[in-house]
Design a protein around this ligand. Structure first.
Ligand code: ASN
Ligand code: ZN
Ligand code: CA
Length: 329
């Protein structure tokens, strides 16, 4: 990109004070990360919006009432996801070509969702209930940006089992982004959306250690799984990722108690999340297609584990055992 690199300060709502990539003088343009820009939709539900601009290079004040705050969170989330893709997955942006997507905040009025769109190659965030809880937390930003990654790689069709795997891919890499950030205000966990209070009672949207804790998601594969909404049929793959990373049973991670059961009562030992996400990413980008099912995801991740760690490696065996533990054989 042509613009100079500046380093601004973001006072975010969920991640404390962070460094933001900006451009003179000053805009939310992350010159070092493909030129990723963050725009203010000002309540609109279409169009690109207005590029965030100010004269101080200090963005937001930690409160949703300041319209730069959600922008700071979104801009930070895109930057951490970019850095995670680059340093952990060896990928230069969503398409691998160094080009940035962009972010839009303040979509609609009290809109309680966030989404990726292939049409704009951008992610968009509502401000949540009472416009007080923008859906801009790290795990949500990583989730939405990863819909772009899935779209340009495996292209998992957004219905039935492939749709559940598409959703799980966003939860898996969104959670991995949250851990990668090592942000003291938003430490990593296997909960999705624990910061945005989308239910209004302080509980997260999803639980990867035991997906059924949300009241709807499946813990295990069954023949009817494909009839569930994709945000619930993601459950067994999220659960697989948790078990592969951390193992079964109870474990406190960054102060959060996680407790993960297995279908067959087996006891599993995790291989760590870094190996687990490298296996998932390799499977996504090498072996999965638009029509991949849970059975296909199992063979894709076994092939990826063979490529990365060898046939019959401990990692390969752990992948096999984690799928069996969510009833995929
Ligand atoms: N926030 C949702 C998601 O990313 C939007 C949707 O239903 N696609 O999954
Ligand atoms: Zn999603
Ligand atoms: Ca989380």
């Amino acid at each position: 990109s042509y613009e100079a690199i500046e380093t601004g300060v973001g006072n975010t709502q969920y991640s404390g004070q962070v460094t933001l990539g900006t451009a003179p003088s000053f805009t939310l343009t992350d010159t070092a990360r493909g030129g990723h820009k963050t725009y203010d939709l000002k309540g609109a539900t279409s169009g690109t919006g207005t590029l965030f601009t100010n004269s101080t290079d200090v963005w937001g004040n930690g409160l949703a009432s300041n319209r730069e705050t959600a922008a700071a969170d979104a801009h930070y989330g895109a930057a951490v996801t970019w850095d995670f893709y680059k340093s952990e997955l060896g990928r230069n942006g969503i398409r691998g070509d160094g080009a940035a997507a962009y972010s839009r905040v303040h979509y609609g009025n009290a809109y309680v969702n966030a989404f990726w769109s292939d049409q704009c190659f951008c992610m968009t965030y509502g401000d949540g209930a009472n416009n007080a809880k923008p859906l801009t937390s790290l795990d949500v930003a990583g989730h939405e940006m990863t819909h772009g990654l899935t779209s340009v790689t495996a292209g998992l069709r957004y219905s039935r089992e492939s749709g559940g795997l598409n959703e799980a891919t966003s939860d898996i890499l969104g959670t991995s982004v949250e851990f990668y950030a090592a942000n003291a205000s938003d430490a990593g966990d296997y909960l999705i959306g624990e910061k945005i209070d989308i239910r209004g009672n302080g509980t997260p949207l999803r639980y990867m250690d035991k997906p059924s804790k949300d009241g709807n998601s499946a813990d295990y594969w069954s023949s009817g799984l494909g009839r569930l909404d994709v945000h619930y049929s993601s459950g067994p793959a999220n659960h697989f990722f948790y078990l592969l990373s951390e193992g079964s049973g109870t474990k406190t991670i960054n102060g959060v108690v996680h407790s993960s059961p297995t279908y067959d009562g087996s006891t599993l030992t995790g291989i760590g999340r870094q190996k687990a996400y490298k296996i998932w990413y390799k499977a996504l980008t090498t072996y999965m297609t638009s029509s991949t099912t849970y059975a296909g995801a199992r063979t894709a991740t076994l092939s990826a584990a063979t490529d990365l760690y060898g046939a019959g490696s401990a990692e390969y065996n752990a992948v096999n055992a984690a799928w069996a533990a969510v009833n995929v054989k």
